[in-house]
Design a protein around this ligand. Structure first.
Ligand code: NOJ
Length: 586
């Protein structure tokens, strides 16, 4: 066990000390008034990003794509979607980042491609095409009546069978996502070589690393067995064991790791469905040479229903705290590393998911969430708009405002199947407003101008801007010292000032059983206390063993004067969603 207050100096690394800002290009900034964000738009905002204090920009998929899944369906890994710009624009973006001392990450989506990718077009054209084996093709199964069935019962993440029948050659292909996203066959060496070539192409252009989409799905159990269905509603939960963290995953990651190492590149892998710490450790432990860190899912799945994300779910603060404590301790003791995130393009806005904050508390709640996340050990990821405290879509929005395939497929399923009544539909509507990916995808609110300044005043943006842009926007926040934006900058600055503690120090939970307070001590020296409620409370510092306070380093309410007063006593009055960061005496 690590001793409290221990500073782990064994493996220092630049990527541990960085923070990352994620950009989802369609909704960032439209420079040419076509209603869709683009790379020149991103370039125009690089100073804004730099001022926030982040070190790395992660650009979500911008490659040529039919956009069935907003670019996670790539038709050509070597060119950029027309609506976003050109390869030359990406080169300019890389330069722009480098000139400002920031790095640029690209998204590597290589579990699957688009069905419009030339590789797949060739593959589906005939059984003896040289690309046939690049994808997972299987013959149908037939029942006694001679009816055709898919090769197994796996379900796609976007509803329905994970297999699509192709008339031309009479076989099914595997697609763990939409049918327009066929899975690559990583068993076939030319596929792996093609992925390595793509990586080198972008690294040679100056890109500094990759976020790797569902990277733990690339090795599948080659027997492709049926999932053991105990309850039809949970079918996909049983199938994942045949494709998440499959038998050859680490072999493949080792190969990718060699290339990353050559370029000293950054890597973060998306890894759904992994609860086994050792499986994660095998991917991220410092000496393994695979990837730097992964995105874990337990804390963002926390409000999902038992069988389905869009079923109501409930959670307690202790669930969230336990999740973080487990990973904080495990990585510290085992030479691994965490990626820290609340939001991304697949998740709702954190103020709405993790707090009950009404608008009057939005500011403090968004700052409190910044504090509790980014001062843990790990690399913090901030998703566009999170730095402004942007919120979920309005509850009044109709289904026509929702654009995401995940949500729409779910809705079509409900409305088509007669067994679902209108009550079920109503519940689903409420859950979409809480959990749909659309919540993260509304355009960034740059100003109080029409369309939030995302695009021209007379343009219809591809997705409506959240009408709260009149109150919540970057123009207002950049100049306001008390804004969420400037608070995020302070958190990141503090983290850098106290690297030994915040990056390399250990993590100790404080007041573990509280359902109101999330508190921890880093490196034995700095205490973080956050009120997760909309109530004023008293926190019993003395009863939690905290007496040796020195000074308040950060507070999410204006000025640290009041906060300094309160840490003098044994019981600390905390305002709604208040966060305190306190230096302790040696
Ligand atoms: C995970 C991505 O984050 C998500 O947006 C996408 O739909 C799936 N992978 C499929 O690529």
């Amino acid at each position: 066990m690590a001793k409290s207050g221990h500073i782990n100096t064994t493996h220092r690394a630049w990527w541990k000390e960085c923070s990352v800002y994620q950009i989802w290009p369609a909704s960032y900034k439209d420079s040419n008034d076509d209603g869709i964000g683009d790379i020149p738009g991103i370039i125009s905002k690089l100073d804004y990003i730099k001022k926030l204090g982040v070190d790395i920009v992660w650009l979500c998929p911008s490659y040529k794509s039919p956009q069935v899944d907003m670019g996670y369906d790539i038709a050509d890994y070597y060119s950029i979607a027309d609506e976003y710009g050109t390869v030359a624009d990406v080169e300019k973006l890389i330069q722009g980042c480098h000139q400002r001392g920031m790095k640029l990450l690209m998204d590597l989506v290589v579990n699957h491609t688009s069905d419009q990718n030339e590789w797949f077009k060739q593959s589906r054209s005939s059984k003896d095409n040289e690309y046939r084996n690049w994808y997972v093709w299987k013959p149908p199964r037939f029942d006694e009546q001679g009816n055709r069935h898919p090769p197994n019962n796996w379900i796609s993440h976007f509803q329905g069978s994970a297999w699509q029948f192709d008339e031309l050659t009479g076989e099914y292909y595997l697609h763990l996502y939409a049918k327009e996203q066929p899975d690559l066959n990583w068993e076939h060496p030319p596929v792996r070589k093609a992925v390595h070539d793509i990586m080198r192409f972008w690294l040679d252009k100056g890109c500094d690393g990759f976020r790797m989409d569902v990277i733990n799905f690339i090795s599948k159990d080659q027997r492709f067995p049926d999932a053991q269905v105990k309850d039809p509603r949970s079918i996909w939960q049983w199938a994942d064991k045949y494709y998440a963290n499959g038998p050859r995953l680490h072999e493949y990651l080792q190969d990718l790791g060699k290339i990353l190492k050559e370029y000293d590149a950054f890597s973060v892998g998306e890894m759904p469905f992994v609860k086994d710490e050792n499986e994660v450790l095998n991917a991220v432990r410092f000496d393994r040479g695979e990837i730097n860190m992964i995105f874990n899912f337990e804390h963002v799945d926390i409000d999902h229903g038992e069988y389905d994300k869009f079923e109501p779910g409930s959670w307690k603060l202790t669930d969230l705290k336990n999740f973080f404590e487990r990973w904080q301790t495990f990585m510290y003791e085992n030479d691994g590393w965490n990626a820290l995130y609340w939001e991304n393009h697949d998740q709702p806005r954190c103020v709405d998911r993790y707090t009950h904050a009404k608008e009057e508390h939005r500011l403090h709640a968004s700052k409190m969430l910044a504090t509790v996340l980014a001062l843990q050990a790990g690399t913090p990821f901030i998703y566009q708009g999170q730095e402004l405290g942007m919120r979920n879509v309005p509850i009044e929005w109709g289904m026509e405002e929702y654009k995401d395939i995940d949500c729409l497929n779910h809705w079509h399923g409900l409305t088509k199947e007669k067994r679902f009544d209108t009550k079920a539909q109503q519940i689903a509507r409420q859950e979409y407003q809480k959990k749909s990916r659309d919540n993260a995808r509304t355009p960034v609110q740059w100003s109080s101008a029409p369309n939030g300044g995302f695009t021209g005043p007379n343009v219809k943006p591809w997705m409506s801007v959240n009408p709260d842009y009149v109150r919540v926007n970057a123009e207002k926040e950049v100049d306001d010292p008390n804004s969420t934006y400037n608070y995020w900058a302070s958190v990141l600055r503090l983290r850098k000032q106290e690297l030994d503690i915040f990056v390399y120090g250990d993590y100790q939970s404080v007041d573990r059983d509280s359902q109101d307070i999330f508190a921890y001590i880093r490196g034995g020296k700095i205490l973080v206390v956050c009120n997760f409620t909309d109530k004023a409370l008293e926190w019993d510092a003395k009863a939690n063993g905290v007496q040796n306070t020195k000074e308040v380093l950060l507070n999410n309410y204006e000025g640290t004067g009041v906060a300094t007063q309160k840490i003098m006593g044994e019981k600390w009055p905390l305002r709604p969603y208040e966060a305190l960061v306190v230096m302790l005496k040696d």
